[in-house]
Design a protein around this ligand. Structure first.
Ligand code: AMP
Length: 287
């Protein structure tokens, strides 16, 4: 893999210089923040960015602030050569790949208090996670003042947190959420899927099956969310997925749990398959 053929910035000064130059050229700039270990889900965001922007920058940074001490920061997959090759093949204009000190130098102590939509679900199970996410994303938005930033609906709550933060803090960047990219059997692509054993991989499809069942139930006219979540739990249980952090239905914007499908809603799941924690979701629209 030759790094010469793709422009990589490693420092704040370098990336600010590149972004400034692109802005002066009057280009429409797109930003795709990632933690690397890229798969088709990430690459779909890059393609979406390339469709609507003239200059696309991808960031690769495993953000320590969004991992709790018990989580998998040091074990998070890092596949930098393959990542750069994939981004070079796509013709990405710039990759920002800072090291930890560049973004969290000694003395760093300011964090974003995330909006209320960060409180349920992931916020309950992973306290501090969205504080870390909101902080790094706001830092990236300041360092890379692009026109649009692209996020995957795979991380549905994250999208809502970022949308609300941008609104509340008057960040002049448009947020575009892109559809979930799935394996042929429905499993949502994730950097963590590589940890699944063949047996776990077979059982992991139950998450997408369960959110898919929620969609079908709503289309068939079921409105009691307890009926639907019971079906979701059933599907997970039958697949031997017993450590379920949540399998719930919530208001699609506020993420408040709802009892009836009487507004745009979302089915959300987080569950462990073996030692690997996976998430999935699907929007539910009453006919
Ligand atoms: P990550 O590297 O896991 O932080 O993800 C970077 C971006 O890619 C986030 O906006 C994710 O929501 C998005 N992403 C991850 N997996 C998928 C997927 N299967 N489909 C669409 N977007 C995804």
């Amino acid at each position: 893999m030759s790094e010469e053929t793709i422009h990589i910035a490693r420092t704040r000064a370098e990336v600010q210089h590149c972004i400034q130059a692109a802005r002066e050229g009057g280009k429409r700039l797109g930003l795709v923040p990632t933690m690397g270990a890229l798969h088709e889900g990430h690459l779909s965001l890059v393609r979406a960015a390339q469709r609507s922007c003239d200059f696309v920058v991808v960031t690769i940074f495993v953000n320590p602030a969004q991992f709790s001490p018990t989580e998998d920061f040091s074990k998070y997959p890092r596949t930098i050569d393959a990542d750069l090759e994939a981004l070079r093949d796509l013709g990405v204009d710039l990759v920002f790949m800072p090291d930890r000190e560049e973004l969290y130098p000694g003395g760093f102590s300011t964090y974003v208090l995330p909006p209320a939509v960060a409180d349920p679900f992931e916020g309950q199970v992973r306290p501090g996670h969205f504080r870390g996410v909101a902080t790094i994303i706001l830092k990236l938005f300041h360092l890379l003042p692009t026109d649009v930033a692209f996020f995957g609906q795979k991380d549905y709550q994250q999208c809502q947190v970022i949308r609300q933060m941008v609104e509340d803090l008057n960040v002049p960047i448009e947020i575009q959420a892109c559809p979930i990219i799935r394996e042929p059997d429905g499993l949502a692509m994730s950097s963590r899927n590589r940890y699944l054993s063949p047996d776990e991989r077979r059982r992991a499809v139950s998450l997408s099956a369960a959110v898919g069942e929620a969609v079908r139930q709503v289309q068939a006219g079921t409105t009691e969310t307890s009926v639907i979540t019971e079906r979701m739990h059933d599907i997970l249980r039958k697949a031997g997925v017993t450590k379920v952090d949540y399998a719930a239905i919530a208001d699609a914007t506020t993420l408040e749990v709802i009892n009836r499908i009487d507004r745009p809603a979302v089915a959300l799941i987080a569950a462990y398959v073996g030692a690997t924690r996976l998430i999935d979701n699907a929007l539910l629209t009453a006919e």
